[in-house]
Design a protein around this ligand. Structure first.
Ligand code: UT7
Length: 319
């Protein structure tokens, strides 16, 4: 029987750092408000000439090196992104070209902030079905491009970045289970509603959000999906060494941990340094915790995402 396990992780943050003090110069806000309501201290912003696929390339190279393989060994590329380089072709195809490999399937997943969890669960099915030996799974975002920099309710929350993993065929299970959900009835509470029609954008091309509704929904479904998935994997909350939730707001993360009865020292939190990087937030946090040594071989890690759609889901990984 073929299993899949994460063989390597990587991440990349653009060089430019935008602090809360910098934002005080752009909109009527304060470091105190942003930190106390969100936990965010700074976020990274891509350079004008940097595309999501460029961020993805840096993260992917690091993950490929950590896995000890060559780019040519990759048999599947999935990029989770809400901010693709262009309408089409996919960012995954652009990444494939930048990696200098050709032939393997490459496609994007659009599940907003749940995108990486969706992509990882999908890649797991491909690998376990024997379709490829090594899958490259990436979350990459340039949210700075879809923010209204005059709207203090949204522009302070997001950042740019990318995270990647190589998921490889293995004899021992690494991905222990996954659950994905969506409910399109909540389309309107978090969206970029603009459409391209006949050469013009109609409707807003910026992130619009009912913050309070998103907050409540996120806390409920993140905890629910963890509690749904663990028994399906014959695990309990006590078996989990690390919870890596989507990094949107430290208050959402704390409320989720509280609902799950998990102490915060078992939760990986990077939102303070990265802001909300949407589909990139979970693989960025994962790579941080792997590289700083918190996540050790044998640990059980649960990745839990939630985002526009609404979409949500979780994956349990044995390291
Ligand atoms: O990946 C999912 C993406 N989205 C999210 O995760 C967002 C989820 N929601 C949240 O994180 C929170 O709802 C927010 C951080 C967006 C807002 O926090 P809140 O505690 O729910 O604040 P609020 O929306 O109730 O606003 C409180 C006040 C308002 O002023 P008034 O009406 O009380 O006078 C806002 O106008 O804070 C004001 N406000 C700000 N003040 C300073 C909103 N944004 C800002 C700001 N700086 N940046």
């Amino acid at each position: 029987m073929i299993h899949s396990r994460i063989a390597g992780t990587g991440s990349y943050l653009p060089a430019k750092v935008l602090t809360n003090a910098d934002l005080e110069q752009i909109v009527e806000t304060s470091d105190d408000w942003i930190q106390s309501r969100t936990g965010i201290r700074q976020r990274h912003i891509a350079a004008d000439d940097e595309l999501g696929s460029d961020l993805a390339l840096h993260a992917s190279k690091a993950a490929i090196a950590a896995a000890g393989i060559d780019a040519a060994d990759i048999g599947l590329i999935i990029v989770a992104t809400t901010t693709p380089d262009m309408i089409f072709p996919s960012t995954a195809c652009a990444l494939q070209a930048k990696l200098g490999v050709a032939g393997c399937p490459a496609f994007d997943v659009q599940a907003v902030c749940s995108g990486f969890v969706y992509a990882l669960a999908t890649a797991d099915l491909y690998v376990r079905a024997g379709h490829c030996k090594h899958a490259l799974v990436v979350g990459a975002e340039v949210y700075s491009r879809i923010l209204d920099w005059t709207d203090r309710g949204t522009c302070v929350l997001f950042g740019d970045g990318a995270g990647a993993v190589v998921l490889s065929a293995a004899e021992e299970p690494g991905i222990l289970g996954a659950r994905l959900h969506a409910d399109g009835a909540h389309l309107g509470i978090l969206s970029v509603p603009g459409q391209v029609r006949n050469g013009v954008v109609t409707g807003s091309p910026f992130v619009t959000m009912e913050g309070n509704a998103v907050f409540r929904f996120a806390v409920r479904v993140l905890a629910d999906v963890v509690d749904e998935l663990l028994p399906a994997c014959n695990l309990t909350r006590a078996d989990i060494d690390w919870l890596i939730p989507h990094q949107a707001n430290v208050r959402i993360i704390e409320a989720t941990a509280k609902r799950l009865g998990m102490p915060m020292d078992k939760v990986v939190v990077t939102v303070g340094m990265h802001g909300n990087t949407s589909a990139a937030s979970i693989p960025l946090a994962l790579d941080c915790a792997v590289r700083d040594g918190r996540i050790q071989r044998g640990h059980r890690v649960i990745l839990a995402g939630v985002g526009g759609g609404f979409t949500w889901g979780a994956v349990v990984v044995r390291w």
